[in-house]
Structures are given as structure tokens and as C-alpha cells.
Ligand binder design. Structure first.
Ligand code: PGA
Length: 262
């Protein structure tokens, strides 16, 4: 794991965007795994800026999203389809046929999930997967106790996640869907690089457990300790409970500039 601590979500997001931009420049048909939630919004804004001002093209890029609520139509403002359109896809030159978000309205969910996995494989696998983290340590919607070998499938949200996400549904927990389709942890672990972003003190405990605790299905993100290229971008708040915070900062400071967007 590489732990990168910046003063603000802004600085951390810009740096993470540089890692993605570097890949897209080197490999125009790169395969990106994308996340929703409040955390990656600033990262997407930076990618949009790079597209508009620096000519970064996503024309051949293929995108797969981590998850989607079950039974929420694409047009619903809280669906992840809608989120991706609003926050990224509508503002860059990615082709609609190359953006795949799990279909929460699929009639045959197991067949849809199997097809989703097949499509990732057919593209040669995900080059960079963007991740947020839940306050309970989940990645995508893989809640605590999810199998590390899991693939894309239907899951039930925990009460904690429903409570956390109620803010997007007028604070009304009863409006939050109870089920979702999510990439599995096994799927995420096959990405060539994982970039996890976490900001604010509300994520500090989950980050401490992810980076410095034992690898456990009770903290799904902790499996990233076993990933070859996992970069964890944090702000001060999210890194505040790390025992080795000074060490991570010292390591990062010692990196030559050319290595900082690798
Ligand atoms: P957030 O959600 O970015 O809105 O905090 C992250 C997650 O639940 O994975």
C-alpha cells in the first residue's frame, strides 16, 4: 500500500487525477473502474478540467462502475447512472457505449452480473479502479463479512450504509434502496491498480483499520494490503488515526517528482 497524505481533499484529488491522466495519455483505450459517492466528485472535476483545458481525451476509454442501487431507474437523481452523467460523462468525450454502470433494473440480475464480469474481461481487465470507502470499511457495496473472492452480484446494504446514504434521499432512510448490485472484492482485486480516496475524520477509523489493522472480511478495504499497487489518497482528517502517519509523510516527501504521478 502506498499512503499519500495531503492537506486537503482538493490537493489529494488533483494528485489522484494526475495518476489517471498519465495512464489515459499512455494508453488511450485504458479501462477505468469508477466510483460514486461524495468522495470522487473533486477528482472527476479535475479530469473534466484536464479534458477541457489540457486536451485530455477519453474518446477510446472504457469505463465500468462499481455499483448501482437495485430498482432505482436510471433517471432517478440518486441512481449511480444519473450521478455519473452529471458528475463526469456528460462533460468529457467518453462514448456512451463505453460506459457501463450495473443495471439495477435488470430483470435477471445474476445473468446481468455474469455479463458485467465478462465485459470487464473482454476489455482486458481494469487498469485503474477508483474507490471510496464506507465508514464501516466497505468498498463498492461490499459490506463487512463480504467474501474476498466475491464477484459482481446482488447485496443487501447494512443499516449503517442506509443511514450514511440517507443524506442523499432527503434524510429519509426509508427511501434508500435496501439492495444493490456491486462488483465483488475479487473483481476489484483484479484491477491492475487501485486508487482509494478518503476524506474527513468520519473515515479515520475505517482508514486506520484498512491500512494498519489485520486483513479481515470485517473491514473489506483491508484486503488492499494484499494488492500489488494500491494507492490510498487521504487528507489530514482521514489520516488522523494512523499510527505511522509521520512515516508515510516522510516516505512521500522523499519520492522524486517524476514518481509522484506513477
Ligand atoms: P462517500 O461514500 O464518498 O459518499 O463518503 C463512500 C462509500 O460509501 O464507498
Amino acid at each position: 500500500m502506498e499512503i499519500i497524505i495531503k492537506n486537503s481533499p482538493e490537493e489529494a484529488s488533483v494528485l489522484a487525477a494526475r495518476v489517471i491522466a498519465k495512464l489515459v495519455r499512455e494508453k488511450p483505450n485504458a479501462v477505468l473502474g469508477l466510483a460514486t459517492g461524495s468522495t470522487p466528485v473533486r477528482l472527476y472535476q479535475e479530469l473534466i478540467r484536464m479534458h477541457k483545458e489540457d486536451g485530455l481525451s477519453f474518446r477510446e476509454v472504457r469505463c465500468f462502475n462499481l455499483d448501482e442501487y437495485v430498482a432505482l431507474p436510471e433517471t432517478h437523481e440518486q441512481s449511480y447512472h444519473y450521478f455519473m452523467q452529471q458528475q463526469l460523462f456528460a462533460h468529457i468525450d467518453v462514448q456512451a457505449k463505453n460506459t457501463l454502470v450495473p443495471d439495477g433494473m435488470a430483470k435477471d440480475i445474476p445473468a446481468h452480473c455474469a455479463d458485467f464480469e465478462e465485459q470487464i474481461k473482454a476489455c482486458g481487465g481494469i487498469d485503474i479502479q477508483v474507490l471510496g470507502i464506507g465508514s464501516d470499511g466497505h468498498i463498492a457495496f461490499n459490506e463487512p463479512s463480504s467474501s474476498f473472492a466475491s464477484r459482481t452480484r446482488i447485496k443487501t446494504l447494512t443499516e449503517q450504509t442506509i443511514e450514511d446514504n440517507a443524506r442523499f434521499f432527503e434524510g429519509d432512510e426509508t427511501q434508500v434502496p435496501t439492495h444493490c448490485i456491486t462488483m465483488g472484492i475479487g473483481t476489484i482485486m483484479e484491477a491492475k491498480m487501485n486508487i482509494l480516496l478518503a476524506f474527513g475524520e468520519g473515515k479515520a477509523e475505517a482508514i486506520r483499520e484498512t491500512c494498519e489493522g489485520p486483513v479481515s472480511a470485517m473491514v473489506p478495504a483491508s484486503i488492499l494490503q494484499h494488492h500489488q499497487v494500491a494507492k490510498i489518497f487521504l487528507d489530514d482528517g482521514a489520516s488522523s488515526k494512523l499510527k505511522l502517519k509521520d512515516y508515510y509523510e516522510w516516505v512521500y516527501k522523499g519520492k522524486p517528482e517524476w514518481q509522484q504521478d506513477q
